[in-house]
Design a protein around this ligand. Structure first.
Ligand SMILES: [Zn+2]
Length: 280
């Protein structure tokens, strides 16, 4: 398991592509401050409000198109513990994974033209705005923590009848849920047979098996064990099999396999993956 310093070093290497002359990132210091202040998940992830400065620079620089809010910007904001550059759309707050998810919904599920009932778990603002305003989509959003969520609900105890939805979208939630098998069973239960679940977790494909340490109970311990203060596991290459055991036919979709390098640059999408799961 990586130590805090090793994790910070790894993140620093990830940022090696930063523009020449950029100030070096004090990641270890930033992590220490986050943990010392007992900051919440929003601070840990580095989410920031879109500044007027970003809006003003909308059309300067090489334009990047956000398929979620359908706007083009010269610069995207940074995001994450490593302050990943050019990650966050100034218009809607989407990240790379949200833009990839939207393109997949368009391409593989024919959204937003298709008429369906949708459960959106822990919705982010950009996708929620786009999906909830579509006349053909019967939209339900739930979140356990956010005060502005449409409905407060625990994903391991969904208050919906069996087969209530055609589609469930659950992005970067399961890695925070200790009883993720229970959450997957609930997602399967509320989907109609043949319904789809689009599930995203941070995948570490270098790890053949998913890693869990129930004894890692504090933010510091989880950071040391999983490289993130609020994750409860490292989802390895076998995570798709765990999803499948909950009653799904699972297909992993990799951005690099379905989008050309030009398209990924145009939309600012990194190499990332999602699970497209069909309820059996
Ligand atoms: Zn956007």
């Amino acid at each position: 398991m990586p130590s805090t310093q090793e994790y910070a070093d790894r993140l620093r290497q990830k940022c090696a592509g930063s523009p020449a002359g950029a100030a070096p990132l004090d990641l270890a210091g930033r992590l220490r401050r986050l943990l010392a202040e007992d900051s919440g998940p929003a601070a840990a992830y580095g989410a920031r409000p879109i500044s007027d400065g970003h809006r003003a620079r909308k059309l300067r620089g090489h334009p990047k198109h956000c398929p979620v809010c359908r706007q083009a910007f010269g610069h995207y904001g940074h995001f994450g513990l490593a302050r990943r550059r050019q990650a966050c759309c100034p218009g809607c707050g989407s990240l790379e994974r949200h833009r990839f998810l939207w393109l997949h919904l368009e391409r593989a599920l024919r959204l937003p033209r298709r008429r369906l009932s949708l459960l959106h778990v822990a919705p982010d603002a950009g996708l929620r705005e786009r999906l909830s305003t579509q006349p053909r989509i019967r939209y339900t959003g739930i979140d356990l923590y956010r005060a502005d969520a449409p409905r407060a609900m625990d994903i391991t105890r969904l208050a919906f009848p069996d087969g209530a939805f055609d589609l469930v979208i659950c992005s970067h939630v399961l890695e925070h849920v200790a009883e993720d098998r229970k959450a997957l069973a609930e997602i399967a239960r509320v989907l109609r047979p043949g319904g789809r679940a689009i599930l995203l977790v941070p995948l570490d494909l270098r790890s053949p098996a998913t890693i869990e340490q129930p004894e890692a109970a504090t933010a510091s311990q989880r950071l040391a064990a999983f490289g993130h203060p609020y994750h409860v596991r490292i989802c390895g290459a076998d995570y798709g099999e765990r999803i499948a055991r909950s009653g799904f036919a699972v297909r992993r979709v990799d951005s690099a396999a379905v989008l050309s390098p030009h398209r990924r640059r145009f939309h600012r999408i990194n190499k990332t993956s999602l699970f497209d799961c069909r309820r059996i």
